[in-house]
Design a binder for this molecule. Structure first.
Ligand code: IPE
Ligand code: IPE
Ligand code: MG
Length: 240
């Protein structure tokens, strides 16, 4: 199938990816976990570029969770440096692909220099109109919901005004559409605190492929699998 045929089959508006398996990829090769993360970043760039060329509107990448602080100081430090260096150096990549960067997660809990690069990258790419790439950094879905509810309470929202829409809008990106397709690499079949609210009706695809080995071809195959799913949203299909 060529790209035009895939587009014609109906694209997911919002794809979210749990990019798992970097550490195991490195271990299999006798390398340090950091090498797995470095290779994982290359994989992320390939997939984001592919999403942009397909015309997918939103791609959200689980980059660093609120639970990942439990890792060694060395690994956390490496990841922060990798994220910071990438955002600082890769403006051209985002420009060439027309990609706008957004962030979800608790910015205030990140090192100051990482915060600065995220804010700069958002600002530098805000006028790009292609794919929006949402980076989930220091992100936990429960943390996002708790922070959202705090905002509502601070704004003295009345009980009768609380709706699903209002809660959605209190999350980190006000008008982020629900996830259509959630992909997790690395063999585990769990959400690990990612986008709990937004995945209410997502289609899930799990692959054993370790994230650094995940290719554009596998991504395309996953889009095609998504297109074959029968999404009912609680209704009975084809009922007139
Ligand atoms: C995912 O790969 C990347 C991050 C969590 C930052 P892992 O580092 O979790 O890789 P495995 O699961 O140990 O193989
Ligand atoms: C989820 O992967 C977080 C990211 C990919 C950033 P983890 O490797 O941290 O998840 P668990 O620990 O296996 O649930
Ligand atoms: Mg993992």
């Amino acid at each position: 199938m060529n790209i035009e045929e895939i587009k014609a089959g109906g694209l997911p508006e919002h794809v979210a990816i749990i990019m798992d398996g970097n550490g195991r990829w490195a271990k299999q090769r006798g390398l340090a976990r950091s090498q797995g993360h470095k290779e994982g970043l290359n994989s992320a760039k390939r997939i984001v570029a592919q999403a942009a060329s397909l015309g997918i509107k939103y791609i959200t990448l689980y980059t660093f969770s609120t639970e990942n602080w439990k890792r060694t100081q060395e690994e956390v430090g490496y990841l922060m440096t990798l994220i910071k260096g990438h955002l600082r150096a890769e403006f051209q990549f985002y420009k060439d692909n027309g990609i706008k960067i957004e962030h979800i997660g608790d910015l205030s809990g990140l090192p100051k220099d990482v915060q600065k690069e995220i804010l700069n990258a958002k600002k530098d790419t805000e006028h790009f109109t292609g794919t929006t790439c949402v980076l989930a950094i220091n992100y936990g879905s429960r943390d996002e919901i708790v922070r959202g509810i705090k905002k509502l309470v601070e704004n003295n929202v009345k009980t009768e005004d609380i709706t699903e829409k209002l809660i959605s809008d209190s999350l980190d990106i006000k008008d982020l559409p629900d996830v259509d397709l959630m992909i997790r690499t690395g063999g585990e079949e769990r959400l690990s605190n990612f986008l709990l609210w937004q995945c209410a009706y997502a289609e899930f695809l799990f692959t054993d492929t370790l994230w650094p080995d995940y290719t554009e071809n596998e991504f395309i195959e996953d889009i095609i699998k998504f297109q074959k799913r029968n999404r009912r949203f609680g209704a009975v299909p084809d009922q007139k």
